[in-house]
Design a protein around this ligand. Structure first.
Ligand code: PEP
Length: 251
């Protein structure tokens, strides 16, 4: 059974490596002044680590929640330059993105590492947003579902399927992230349905987001699909107008 009616929607903004104190203040003011929340929608902002305190302060008492863009797989200790899940929890982070395609590509994060990060996040009480997605070559070769299935299975083997009761999945086709290309409704829906099936009994209740060039102009069409529960935004999260418009489209 599809529990679409019981799954809350989630719109998460990944600022990536963008922002400065002044621009962030203006962006946050624009968002908090124009989005007062909706029963069926949660909105989350994931800034760079150094701006977590600024964002935490600006969204206090608002309808926005805090997230981070990645997390160390290690416990606090001798791990120069990394940020532990416990530290994110200290700043009232509720969510953390793991396995974003830019980190897989630029930092060489492996499926096994992503699984460890997922585990570390949950151990600290955070909700991981697990990104899965195929490259253009994999899609062209007919390997999209196989790739996504493998990425997911490595995490399931590490943490067990029940761990997905407290996790979010984001389907982000690599060829659509930051490119302006968007998966067609058929492509997105096929993958979302596949992920839901792979999650077995937890499939119907797990939030599965779509990410990849979501904008105010295409959000409504994507959110109308039965297996899409919201969006992970990159570029659109840097504009208060666009971010709020997409939250409204989800509501
Ligand atoms: C992302 O960074 O996760 C993303 C989906 O980026 P964009 O919306 O810019 O494609």
């Amino acid at each position: 059974m599809n529990e679409r009616h019981t799954r809350q929607r989630l719109v998460a903004g990944n600022w990536k490596m963008n922002g400065n104190l002044g621009d962030n203040a203006r962006l946050l003011e624009g968002i908090t002044a124009n989005w007062s929340g909706a029963e069926q929608v949660k909105a989350v902002i994931c800034p760079p680590f150094v701006y977590l305190p600024q964002v935490a302060k600006a969204i206090a008492g608002s309808a926005i929640e805090l997230g981070a863009q990645t997390v160390s797989e290690y416990k606090p200790g001798a791990c120069t330059g990394e940020v532990a899940a416990e530290m994110l929890a200290d700043w009232q982070c509720r969510y953390v993105i793991v396995g974003h395609s830019e980190r897989r590509r630029l930092q060489g994060e492996t499926d096994a590492q992503v699984a460890e990060k997922f585990h570390a996040a949950q151990e600290a009480g955070l909700i991981p947003i697990l990104c899965l997605g195929e490259s253009e070559q994999e899609r062209d070769a007919g390997l999209a579902l196989k790739t996504i299935g493998h990425q997911l299975s490595v995490v399931v083997e590490r943490v067990g399927i029940d761990a997905f009761a407290k996790a979010v999945v984001a389907y982000e086709p690599v060829w659509a992230v930051g490119t302006g290309k968007v998966a067609s409704p058929e492509q997105a829906e096929e993958v979302h349905r596949f992920i839901r099936a792979e999650l077995g009994e937890l499939g119907p209740s797990t939030q599965i987001l779509y990410g990849g060039s979501v904008k105010p102009g295409n959000a409504k069409q994507l959110f109308a699909l039965p297996d899409i529960d919201g969006a992970l935004l990159g570029g659109a999260s840097l504009s208060a107008e666009d971010f709020v418009a997409i939250c409204e489209a989800a509501a």
